[in-house]
Write a protein that binds this ligand. Structure first.
Ligand SMILES: Nc1ncnc2c1ncn2[C@@H]1O[C@H](COP(=O)(O)OP(=O)(O)O)[C@@H](O)[C@H]1O
Ligand SMILES: [Mg+2]
Length: 260
């Protein structure tokens, strides 16, 4: 009860690569998770599974009280907001910002489009406004800065009012000001009691927003540690995860790591 995601002994194998190796993990309502690990650890693969975009080679995946493999994924996907580089690549160059967000609704409504267009546009506008993008509605997506694109992608992921939000490296490619702005906005989202359960993937400790409650550490497709953030983001666990002796500090809710 209250489980948003349940993975039991999940394995994903492609050719000779084991991308996920015996991963068991539960995300409950209201939890805000960070998933950390080096490049190639399997973070994106994990999110593809959690977002019902990929099926495991073996193991059990439960998402929002449905079992992957026994549910129509086209009904499940709109209940999960996802922002990732792969998805951003699919956005046509000249698509206007408002349309990038509003089109996320068409999969779900499944009703006669015209009567819902207004409400959809209103919701898309409200989300863009909340993410600081209200003056960019008619700008082509391709003309935005990296930080602006990231905010539009998160607004798009929230368009369907999802019960589960998955963000794959939303701070990648941002400059320092852009990163700090995003961390602040994600902190606000984490603290919003009406926000869905959140999983945020990153490989930088500095990008962990205050207010996030849990952490999952991955290496070579496997789980190094998982649980409440204070118990998981330790020097011991993080050094093992990244394969380097780290000194970890926490100041005002923000983490940082440097080599020892
Ligand atoms: N389609 C694929 N076929 C085989 N191996 C893949 C495929 N996609 C990714 N991989 C490999 O799976 C591993 C995990 O990748 P990924 O989930 O993207 O890691 P991360 O997001 O943590 O960087 C990597 O070793 C990667 O090279
Ligand atoms: Mg990745």
């Amino acid at each position: 009860m209250g489980d948003v995601l349940e993975l039991a002994s999940v394995r994903v194998v492609r050719g000779t690569t084991t991308m996920l190796d015996d991963v068991s993990w539960t995300v409950k309502e209201g939890e805000r998770w960070v998933v950390l690990g080096p490049n190639g650890a399997g973070k994106t693969t994990l999110l593809q599974i959690a977002g019902a975009r990929m099926h495991p080679t073996s193991g059990m995946v439960g998402i929002l009280d449905e079992i992957l493999g026994a549910v129509d994924v086209f009904e499940l996907r709109p209940r999960i907001g996802l922002a990732s580089a792969a998805l951003a690549k699919q956005i046509p160059e000249h698509e206007k910002v408002l349309n990038v967000v509003v089109t996320a609704a068409y999969g779900v409504t499944g009703r006669w489009r015209e009567s819902y267009e207004r409400d959809d546009e209103r919701r898309a506008f409200a989300l863009l406004d909340a993410w600081g993008m209200s003056t960019f509605l008619n700008r082509p997506f391709s003309s935005l800065s990296e930080g602006e694109r990231k905010r539009v992608q998160i607004a798009r992921a929230l368009m369907t009012d999802p019960e589960f939000l998955l963000l794959d490296e939303p701070a990648a490619g941002l400059d320092l000001a852009g990163r700090e702005d995003l961390v602040q906005r994600l902190t606000g989202l984490a603290e919003d009691p009406t926000a869905p359960a959140i999983v945020l993937v990153t490989h930088h400790l500095e990008e962990v927003p205050p207010g996030f409650t849990h952490a999952l550490l991955m290496r070579d497709g496997g789980v190094v540690a998982q649980g409440e953030i204070a118990e998981v983001l330790t020097e011991e666990h993080l050094s093992k995860t990244f394969g380097i002796a780290l000194e970890v500090t926490r100041h005002n809710g923000r983490f940082s790591a440097v080599a020892r």
